[in-house]
Design a binder for this molecule. Structure first.
Ligand SMILES: C[S@@+](CC[C@H](N)C(=O)[O-])C[C@H]1O[C@@H](n2cnc3c(N)ncnc32)[C@H](O)[C@@H]1O
Length: 293
């Protein structure tokens, strides 16, 4: 069976460097709207010296962090050697020299960090609890993590398409190039009624390149979360959600105009909003250790 490491080594996620680095060393088109110094200082703490980026893929988050925190020490780890090579090249374009790129799994990470970014990674592990526990062990007690996990409701089309691809690719011993060709053939013929066609503005990576197709529809390990699952997951490992990142923040707190029973928890109200809007494709939040107030 193909492992996640083989998958992301053959199809590194997701090289935007050609378009995104058009104005480098200025980050005008950098594909990373979050991770500002202002927000991290506000939500986590002022004193940010050691930063860890876990599973950086195309590397935009690392570039953004390095530009926001030029005096910090940044460790960037990946299991895909091609992602590492892409980031190395990109760092040069931005004249960044405070990043240490390491080809290794998050399970092998060492050190002690003020801030960790882990976006789109834990849901690709066989045991996400173990992954988050590992990050907890290298996070300073007053530090924090920006965690992103896939949103179950917003990615409805992705999981239908994954199911379709798994079923047409049965038995599952076809190599990626053949599976990608099959996806492309099917995609050309998809009727307007298909869920992916109906949510084209939500799901977009597959339009970038073959790596996007693999990541979205042929992924060997991919688990999505409702916002309730997200809270349960982080609470179980001894974290709490401090605040959502800006992209969808307002949606979680929306008032849909119906009087809800008092027994419905705050998180379940947010889940109602997740279902109400339908377009939250990822849950991104600052999380901190339980005892950290
Ligand atoms: C979907 S991509 C997300 C990339 C980037 N963080 C972003 O948000 O655009 C997931 C990345 O996690 C990496 N990854 C998966 N398992 C990992 C592990 N155990 N340790 C480190 N990186 C891992 C993959 O190689 C891949 O590049």
């Amino acid at each position: 069976m193909t492992t996640i490491k083989e998958q992301y080594t053959r199809y590194p996620y997701l090289s935007y460097d050609v378009v995104d680095d058009e104005f480098a060393p200025n980050a005008i088109k950098l594909h990373e709207p979050f991770l500002t110094k202002k927000e991290i200082n506000h939500y986590i703490k002022k004193d940010i010296n050691d930063i860890l980026s876990v599973g950086f893929g195309g590397g935009a988050e690392v570039i953004k962090l390095a530009l926001e925190f030029p005096d910090a020490r940044i460790t960037a780890i990946e299991i895909s050697k091609f992602s590492c090579a892409i980031l190395k090249k990109r760092l040069k374009k931005y004249n960044i020299d405070n990043v240490d790129i390491q080809l290794k799994s998050l399970y092998k990470v060492k050190g002690s960090y003020d801030f960790i970014t882990c976006a789109g990674v834990l849901h690709h592990l066989q045991n996400p609890d173990k992954g988050l526990n590992k990050l907890k062990s290298v996070l300073k007690d007053d530090g924090g993590i920006l965690l992103m996990l896939y949103g179950k409701v917003g990615r409805t089309a992705v999981y239908q398409m994954q199911e379709l691809m798994r079923t047409v690719n049965y038995p599952g011993n076809k190599d990626f190039p053949e599976q990608i060709e099959r996806f492309k053939k099917i995609f050309k013929k998809l009727p307007r009624t298909n869920w992916l066609k109906r949510s084209e503005m939500l799901i977009a990576d597959y339009k970038v390149n073959d790596a996007g197709i693999v990541d979205e529809f042929l992924n060997v390990q991919d688990e999505a979360y409702t916002i309730t699952d997200f809270h349960n997951f982080v609470n179980k490992v001894g974290f709490k959600v401090l605040e959502y990142s800006e992209e969808f923040r307002k949606k979680y707190y929306h008032d849909i105009g119906i009087k809800l029973d008092k027994s419905i928890s705050e998180v379940d109200k947010q889940y109602i909003n997740e279902l109400f809007f339908g377009d939250i494709t990822k849950h991104t939040a600052y999380i901190i250790k339980d005892g950290n107030i």
